[in-house]
Design a protein around this ligand. Structure first.
Ligand SMILES: *[C@@H]1O[C@H](CO)[C@@H](O)[C@H](O)[C@H]1NC(C)=O
Ligand SMILES: *[C@@H]1O[C@H](CO)[C@@H](O)[C@H](O)[C@H]1NC(C)=O
Ligand SMILES: *[C@@H]1O[C@H](CO)[C@@H](O)[C@H](O)[C@H]1NC(C)=O
Ligand SMILES: *[C@@H]1O[C@H](CO)[C@@H](O)[C@H](O)[C@H]1NC(C)=O
Ligand SMILES: *[C@@H]1O[C@H](CO)[C@@H](O)[C@H](O)[C@H]1NC(C)=O
Ligand SMILES: *[C@@H]1O[C@H](CO)[C@@H](O)[C@H](O)[C@H]1NC(C)=O
Ligand SMILES: *[C@@H]1O[C@H](CO)[C@@H](O)[C@H](O)[C@H]1NC(C)=O
Ligand SMILES: *[C@@H]1O[C@H](CO)[C@@H](O)[C@H](O)[C@H]1NC(C)=O
Ligand SMILES: *[C@@H]1O[C@H](CO)[C@@H](O)[C@H](O)[C@H]1NC(C)=O
Ligand SMILES: *[C@@H]1O[C@H](CO)[C@@H](O)[C@H](O)[C@H]1NC(C)=O
Length: 582
């Protein structure tokens, strides 16, 4: 059984659509931005990260094509996954030392990992949490005041081998292999930038729910605080459990919750309900998504054949719902159930790239030769945001045995919580790729600090301080914008008005998450102002006389519907056809 988030989107959703001819873009896209300001690099020698070994990685902050501001000090390039002299396999990084003195004082380094598998982390630097923001549908990049490097030292890494600008032939068959590669790279990275003794924070999203726990766990196993002092981990929209937990089991409940965005006809709704009942999905949520949990979830789900472990074909509910949604909303983007037509131009060529980019901007940003040259990227590597896992798998034969032959990252998550006491797992409520209930369903099956799951139902608020939300570089919701809950070193949050890409949709929530992770504020319920200036006069917290109340993202629930439809052959769960009866 072969599966990936990226191939689901690429192989399943997109080809169903026709290409909409875009309006031509301004010819300036093809030129480089004019040089302005001081040449970056003139004061680099004062940086604690600039030395004889790192100098070759320095990026000229004013030289990035189309970027109209100085991105400041940064370093990018390739480092081997083993011996520094062996360049056969290398990972690619883009490292932004923090503008915040607290990061150097506290000796912190944060790692960000995009998922996929096979999706590039620098792609999300540009569209989620980095200093430069170039969102789909926008004309030019702008400065992102929610960039995580404003809080701490942050590095975006294209991994495992086979992803983004990384070099080499993929050899990984499991998350243990991915972690081994990563730790080899990390030792070289720490040596290059003299980061020995730094606290390491591992973050990621989506398939990063596999990567981050396995990498954190492998780092902690080394007992080597000079290189691997993991002090916390944070993931959103993570995949931690086998696929049906993230899609089929919660889908009927999700359809009901989002009925304005998923307005299926009566026949289809009845079909969803019938399949849901037949396969025991909502019943599963009723039994296991409770607080405290009743018990450990069995390895074999009710929809699976105990002999083979494979899902019964008629129980593959999610794909059918997804395709039926595409019929109603042909521009659906699985990252956000509320997405709609038109499909936006995407400067990294993800959605748009599948249709071909506009003729005025035919090349994904990171493939522009001048961008590659500025970022010390390999000139002869074609960068793709998400490698198609059917044609260019990052796991041998496209199989990650940690997911296909095991319950995802569940085996290592408790150890990371127990050893750091600082793990955050969040989800955007609009995510239509990894359904939000999976995160809590996973948490309710983990035993950490000697106890199973959360004892109490999550209902506390997630508060975002007031800031300058009318400026394009800081625009983001404020106030109570979700829910949160913490027990025994594990924190969950649910972000309202956010899909799969939490930092893209609710950048202030992602920024606050990093403040919580670093211990700069007490938690998501804190009403303390942001710890760096976000504009708006710095008034920050709760207006006088107001109460926070409860969170605004519901947890679980059981009001399932069901469905019908047809799904493809082999791009998702291994093929089959809906029998049309449900
Ligand atoms: C640079 O690398 C060499 C070889 O690993 C090492 O001996 C030297 O100490 C490094 N320099 C710095 C400033 O870390
Ligand atoms: C950085 O790039 C700008 C714009 O291309 C250029 O004018 C400047 O000389 C470069 N600085 C360095 C140190 O190379
Ligand atoms: C790399 O090669 C050089 C020259 O052959 C050698 O002196 C050095 O020890 C090697 N470094 C490592 C890490 O093996
Ligand atoms: C790390 O420490 C633990 C507990 O003290 C020990 O069981 C383990 O063998 C050590 N691992 C290594 C690689 O030294
Ligand atoms: C490792 O990080 C913890 C915080 O998580 C810190 O308290 C501790 O001092 C660090 N250890 C070393 C040896 O730096
Ligand atoms: C729940 O946890 C148990 C024990 O760790 C594991 O064996 C089982 O596979 C998990 N169930 C699911 C559905 O992930
Ligand atoms: C109801 O929706 C399903 C799924 O999209 C579709 O196959 C069916 O034709 C629809 N029925 C009507 C009456 O539109
Ligand atoms: C890319 O170029 C480098 C340096 O010229 C070379 O070592 C490498 O083999 C090339 N890679 C490919 C895939 O052609
Ligand atoms: C937005 O913020 C930037 C940086 O703080 C500032 O230079 C700019 O004037 C602001 N724009 C508006 C419209 O307030
Ligand atoms: C799906 O079926 C079509 C038609 O039979 C075939 O051309 C295609 O290769 C199949 N796709 C996969 C991924 O097996």
């Amino acid at each position: 059984m072969r599966w990936s988030l990226a191939s689901l989107i690429l192989a399943l959703a997109i080809p169903a659509l026709g290409y909409h001819k875009p309006r031509p873009f301004n010819a300036r896209y093809q030129r480089h931005s004019s040089a302005r300001g001081r040449p970056a690099g003139d004061d680099l020698t004062k940086s604690p990260y600039f030395n004889e070994n790192s100098s070759g990685f320095a990026v000229n902050g004013t030289a990035l094509p189309l970027v109209d501001f100085d991105v400041g000090e940064s370093y990018a390039g390739l480092l081997p996954i083993g011996n520094m002299n062996d360049t056969s396999s290398q990972l690619y990084f883009w490292f932004f030392p923090s503008t915040n003195p607290a990061a150097q004082q506290n000796k912190e380094i944060l790692i960000y990992l995009t998922g996929g598998p096979g999706c590039s982390s620098i792609g999300e630097l540009l569209q989620q949490n980095g200093p430069i923001s170039w969102q789909p549908g926008t004309f030019l990049p702008i400065e992102n005041k929610w960039s995580w490097h404003r809080l701490t030292n942050a590095v975006w890494i294209d991994q495992p081998v086979g992803t983004g600008f990384s070099q080499g032939t993929p050899t990984a068959t499991s998350q243990e292999d991915v972690a081994r590669q990563f730790l080899g790279f990390w030792k070289n990275f720490v040596d290059t930038f003299t980061l020995q003794g730094y606290k390491v924070y591992v973050t990621g999203s989506s398939y990063g729910g596999m990567y981050a726990p396995y990498i954190s766990s492998a780092m902690l196993d080394r007992n080597d605080t000079a290189y691997f002092n993991v002090s916390g981990m944070a993931v959103w929209a993570g995949l931690y459990s086998k696929i049906p937990m993230a899609q089929d089991i919660p889908i009927a409940t999700y359809v009901d919750k989002w009925k304005e965005a998923l307005p299926f006809n009566d026949t289809f709704r009845a079909g969803i309900k019938a399949v849901d009942a037949q396969c025991g999905y909502t019943a599963y949520l009723d039994e296991f998504l409770v607080f405290p949990p009743k018990g450990v979830q069995p390895s074999i789900l009710p929809s699976e054949d105990p002999a083979t472990g494979e899902a019964h074909p008629e129980c593959q509910l999610f794909i059918g719902v997804f395709l039926a949604t595409m019929e109603l909303n042909p521009c659906l983007n699985a990252f956000d159930v509320t997405s709609h037509c038109p499909i936006l131009f995407d400067p990294i060529g993800f959605a748009a790239g599948t249709f071909t980019l506009p003729s005025a901007f035919p090349t994904p940003y990171f493939n522009l030769p001048a961008v590659k040259a500025t970022l010390n990227a390999p000139a002869n590597t074609t960068w793709t945001f998400c490698q198609d896992q059917l044609t260019h798998p990052v796991f041998v034969n496209g199989v990650d045995t940690s997911l296909n032959a095991g319950p995802g990252s569940q085996p290592v998550l408790p150890g990371v919580i127990d050893r750091t006491g600082n793990v955050i797992l969040g989800h955007g409520s609009r995510d239509f790729l990894v359904l939000p209930d999976q995160t809590l369903l996973t948490i309710q099956n983990l035993t950490w600090q000697g106890q199973l799951g959360f004892r109490a139902r999550p209902q506390e608020p997630l508060f975002i301080p007031r800031h300058d939300n009318l400026n394009v570089s800081t625009a983001a919701g404020a106030g109570v914008v979700g829910s949160s809950h913490s027990e025994r070193g594990l924190t969950w949050f649910g972000a309202a008005m956010a899909g799969h890409m939490v930092a893209q949709d609710q950048p202030a929530v992602a920024f606050r998450m990093v403040e919580v992770l670093l211990g700069r504020v007490e938690g998501f319920e804190s009403t303390a102002p942001f710890t760096v200036d976000m504009g708006g006069g710095g008034e920050g917290g709760l207006p006088a006389g107001e109460v926070l109340g409860t969170g605004t993202v519901d947890v679980g629930g059981s009001v399932g519907y069901g469905y019908t439809g047809w799904y493809g052959n082999g791009t998702g769960y291994g093929g089959g056809k809906w029998n049309g009866t449900g």
